[in-house]
Design a protein around this ligand. Structure first.
Ligand SMILES: Cc1cc2nc3c(=O)[nH]c(=O)nc-3n(C[C@H](O)[C@H](O)[C@H](O)COP(=O)(O)O)c2cc1C
Length: 303
């Protein structure tokens, strides 16, 4: 049997397979399909200070090999999460990662404090949110604002801080370095890529919001490329995601430079996808006679 455990920011992951924020809710629905303790970790839906209803429908559209979503940050708010959802998740022996979203640095910091006190295992800071104090430009699109939010969140967190990068930038490695220098314990990538779909009969965008984030198998090669670039630029560990639906996809992401990986959109067509991806990685390790999954990380042989 190959060893599937990974130490990531000092936390033990029993497998390198996590579920991606926004694609697993707070785990209740999926707990009817499999034992959540089989997962390395659960990244919960993006949390905000106050409850949010998200964007108006239609907010999901199918595309070739993926989906566009403009769900927005629908969630019950951080206090309701801590009171009602965290106790449910704590029944399972897995790492709980809280994904946080703010419109100001102060909001991110308050979320970091509350969730540290509630003893979730790790924070994932979604920096793809608009910075309302700087004209709505996403925090993750400039080195300065990515570093600012990372540095301030670190001051308010007593648990590991992972910064989740937006792929909608010119040079993702530069943003990763800014987060690392500001004290991030880990990097996760990629969030969704901005896209648009038009209904040719009505000549209107399909999504109410006009644009949305693209995810699913279509984005896998972009995510693999970006993880490889970031792995060559930073020393901190990486959670790689984007388009993973099979064990082979996960192996690619690990070889590119990820220490652990997430399954997201694949859950919508197969709720057991993370379990199958886990088995697929195990089978690969056995077939290649590799003793530990950690041996795959950053092992790509670039030409
Ligand atoms: C419906 C939906 C909701 C999402 N919500 C969030 C979110 O709240 N916070 C976040 O950081 N990422 C969110 N994401 C992005 C995913 O966590 C992931 O980064 C992205 O979908 C790429 O992985 P995938 O192709 O495996 O889905 C969401 C994605 C989808 C499809």
């Amino acid at each position: 049997m190959a060893d599937m455990t990974v130490l990531f920011t000092g936390l033990r992951f029993k497998t390198p397979v996590v579920v991606a924020s926004g694609t697993f809710g707070f785990g209740r629905e999926y707990s009817e399909f499999f034992d959540l303790s089989l997962l390395g970790g659960i990244c919960v839906k993006g949390l905000t200070i106050k409850e949010r209803l998200g964007n108006p429908p239609p907010r999901i559209a199918e595309t070739p090999m993926g989906i566009l979503n403009s769900v927005g940050l629908q969630n019950p708010g951080v206090d309701a999460f801590i009171a009602h959802e965290l106790p449910f998740l704590r029944q399972y022996n897995t790492n709980i990662i809280a994904n946080i979203s703010g419109n100001t640095v102060e909001e991110y910091c308050l979320l970091a404090e509350k969730l540290s006190d509630a003893k979730v295992d790790m924070l994932e800071v979604n920096i793809s949110c608009p910075n309302i104090k700087r004209g709505g430009m996403a925090f993750g699109t400039s080195c300065d604002s990515a570093a600012l939010v990372t540095r301030e969140v670190k001051k308010h967190a007593s648990i590991p801080v992972m910064v989740k990068l937006s792929p909608n930038v010119t040079d993702i490695a530069e943003i990763a370095c800014a987060a690392e220098e500001a004290g991030a314990d880990a990097i996760s990538l990629i969030n969704t890529l901005l896209g648009m779909k038009i209904n040719i009969e009505t000549m209107k965008p399909v999504l109410h919001n006009n644009t949305g984030g693209l995810s699913g198998p279509a984005v896998l090669p972009i995510a693999v490329r970006m993880v490889c670039q970031v792995a060559n630029a930073v020393k901190i560990p990486i959670l790689g995601m984007g388009g993973i639906s099979r064990g082979e996809d996960a192996v690619e992401m690990l070889l590119a430079g990820a220490d652990i990986i997430s399954v997201g959109t694949a859950l919508f067509t197969d709720p057991a996808a993370p379990i199958k991806v886990t088995q697929g990685i195990k089978d690969f390790l056995v077939r290649k006679n590799i003793a530990s999954v950690t041996e795959l990380t950053r092992r790509v042989k670039l030409n």
